[in-house]
Design a protein around this ligand. Structure first.
Ligand code: FES
Length: 259
């Protein structure tokens, strides 16, 4: 799934998270050193790093929230994982922010203990973030062999026939993700013409638009379930059911999908 918050296909959230991670790890390091060595200058440095960490974490959260809302497939295992990721990061940020404002009021040992907990939450959250990218392919910009780049378009919710593409827009085996209201439908070009089917994989909600297609079969990128894109029939598990398909007509050089 290509990120909505990206620059030329490069997702912004992963670009920014290195900043709060570095600042908060530095905070813990300098505050621990200050605690054991008794150096006030280290404590001061920890304070500056903590402030920088809080600001950069808020900035990094903005594209993360956009991707959570628009990129992660709805009703999927990735959506639950992304929600947990966001919750952990919010908790981590609250803890570091509280530690920052309590630095002069609480004993240094308590502040360091709070920061260590915050860093532990950040580490676990980073683990989940890695799973979201490397397993669930959130933010990955697929390039299909010989079939062009990722395509995506948004339409207002409506029923009946919707004009979704020109007749020559897609190459053979290329897919285009259509957001029609809250629904996500994939338009694809096969050897026998255009087809349209649900983007949602019935196994765990993977986005089929991010998968691969060949000979009228789409393969889910998460665990490899395969579906016939003309009939929606299941061809290979782990999914136990097929996918809905939609009527497609070509008229006057345009492709229309009936929803
Ligand atoms: S989500 Fe598991 S095969 Fe599609």
């Amino acid at each position: 799934m290509r990120s909505r918050a990206s620059i030329k296909g490069h997702p912004i959230h992963p670009m920014l998270i290195g900043l709060p991670i570095g600042f908060f790890v530095g905070t813990v390091a300098f505050d621990v050193l200050s605690l054991f060595l008794g150096k006030p200058s280290f404590w001061q440095t920890g304070s500056h790093l903590e402030a920088a960490g809080i600001i950069s974490a808020v900035l990094a959260a903005i594209p993360g929230i956009i991707d959570f809302r628009y990129t992660v497939p709805p009703n999927s295992s990735a959506k639950k994982r992304a929600a947990k990721h966001g919750l952990l990061n919010s908790s981590m940020l609250i803890i570091f922010t509280a530690a920052y404002f309590l630095r002069d009021d609480l004993a240094a040992g308590y502040i360091v203990a709070m920061e260590v907990i915050g860093a532990a939450l950040m580490t676990y959250s980073g683990w989940l973030g890695g799973t979201l990218v490397h397993r669930n392919q959130i933010g990955v910009d697929p390039r299909y062999a010989d079939a062009g780049k990722w395509k995506e378009a948004y339409f207002d919710k409506s029923s009946g026939q919707i004009d979704v593409a020109s007749g020559d827009e897609l190459k053979l085996n290329q897919m285009k993700l259509l957001h029609i209201g809250e629904e996500r439908i994939v338009l694809a070009r096969t050897e026998t013409g255009y087809v349209a089917f649900d983007d949602w994989c019935p196994h765990k909600g993977g986005s089929l638009a991010g998968g691969s297609m060949m000979c009228g079969t789409v393969q889910c990128p998460w665990h490899g379930s395969q579906f016939d894109v003309s009939s929606g029939a299941l061809k290979a598990g782990p999914s136990k059911e097929g996918i809905p398909v939609y009527e497609v007509v070509e008229e006057g050089g345009r492709v229309l999908v009936r929803v």
